[in-house]
Design a protein around this ligand. Structure first.
Ligand SMILES: CC(C)(COP(=O)(O)OP(=O)(O)OC[C@H]1O[C@@H](n2cnc3c(N)ncnc32)[C@H](O)[C@@H]1OP(=O)(O)O)[C@@H](O)C(=O)NCCC(=O)NCCS
Length: 185
């Protein structure tokens, strides 16, 4: 997924949604989600984002630069902090979610990143990430969510399909990725 803005709202400064969707019920009670604290965990955020490019495209060449990414992320956290969270397993950060609800009508969500560190994949934590995503979208009144995914990222594609995402095919403005859509119940 890209961090450049796709389908971003014209209204660039929605009020932060503090207090919405922090908690998610998981089978593993040691998993929690906290807004990304850039004063402490900027390096982790950059490393995870960089690795997501490797998982998606085979290299981090398209990542751009850490400074540009952190500027973008800081702005997004200020707008919707609970959409930009680190996934904690006990005292360890094992993942990251980046998503935003577009507040202009029709209200819809866009996910920029679902991420788990490699050793946390395939262990059921993906389920918790998806539950958090759902809660965030429902709390924000988004009935539809979208994301883009590289067709070479077979694991992510399987994960999204298993969770009910529909593949809309190649993105019209970026032939390197597929657009996927999810109808939020
Ligand atoms: C996407 C991500 C959050 C999913 O979490 P996860 O714990 O790996 O997900 P799951 O194990 O529940 O599901 C992955 C599915 O892919 C399958 N899979 C694993 N490796 C695969 C491969 N190489 N090719 C095809 N399918 C594969 C698994 O079998 C599983 O399907 P199943 O449940 O039907 O058996 C995680 O893989 C991740 O962080 N990946 C790196 C970052 C990334 O690519 N993010 C998405 C960017 S668009």
């Amino acid at each position: 997924m890209r961090f450049v803005s796709e389908n971003e709202p014209a209204e660039r400064r929605a009020r932060p949604r503090r207090g919405v969707g922090y908690r998610v019920l998981t089978q593993d009670s040691s998993i929690s989600f906290e807004p990304i604290d850039l004063s402490r965990n900027a390096d982790t955020a950059v490393a995870f984002r960089r690795d997501s490019y490797v998982c998606s495209f085979g290299s981090d060449q398209a990542f751009g630069g850490a400074d540009e990414y952190l500027e973008w992320l800081s702005d997004r956290i200020a707008r919707q902090p609970t959409g930009h969270v680190h996934v904690w397993h006990g005292a360890k950060i094992i993942g990251q979610l980046e998503m935003l609800i577009q507040t202009t009508a029709p209200v819809k969500g866009y996910v920029n990143l679902f991420y788990l560190v490699s050793e946390a994949r395939g262990r059921g934590h993906g389920e918790a990430l998806h539950s958090y995503f759902l809660q965030f979208m429902q709390a924000g009144g988004a009935h539809l969510a979208r994301l883009s995914v590289s067709p070479r990222n077979a694991r992510a594609l399987a994960y999204y399909r298993n969770h009910g995402w529909q593949d809309l095919g190649l993105c019209t403005d970026d032939a390197a990725v597929h657009l996927m859509e999810f109808h939020v119940a």
